[in-house]
Design a protein around this ligand. Structure first.
Ligand code: FES
Length: 133
């Protein structure tokens, strides 16, 4: 029980994390996730949770205002990542990734998978996941 409690508290203990919230949505038939631009207007990080997916996507607004979408799947053994100070952590074996998805601590060796991001004329952010396997 103590182990389970500690595991549940770990993301909270990384108190220096940028604040984010979860936006639940779905993937449209064209393989695109639409996110209203106002979802990331006042934050640098939004967690996107597509219906039926095992993993979340981190939608990150960089310093230059550009957007990046990272699959929060550890590249070591496919565990869901959690938000942590300065990036993301895998609580299974301790790998860490920075906000750009680059490995900063193993055992993972590969950077996080990213998706192309664009905007449409209606103020939606489009995350293209159609080639995701
Ligand atoms: S599954 Fe993430 S470090 Fe092993």
């Amino acid at each position: 029980m103590a182990t389970a409690t500690a595991f549940l508290l770990l993301p909270t203990l990384d108190g220096c994390s940028p604040s984010s919230s979860i936006f639940q949505t779905s993937v449209n038939p064209g393989g695109i996730i639409e996110v209203p631009e106002n979802q990331i207007k006042d934050t640098k990080l939004k967690i996107i949770r597509p219906a039926g997916w095992q993993y979340d996507i981190a939608l990150h607004k960089k310093e230059d205002g550009s957007l990046a979408a990272l699959l929060l799947r550890c590249t070591h053994m496919d565990n869901q990542l959690a938000q942590a100070s300065g990036g993301y952590i895998c609580h299974l074996h301790g790998s860490r990734f920075n906000m750009d998805g680059k490995v900063i601590k193993g055992p993972a060796e590969k950077n996080l998978e990213s998706f192309p991001v664009s905007k449409d004329n209606n103020g939606n952010i489009l995350i293209v996941v159609k080639n995701f396997s």
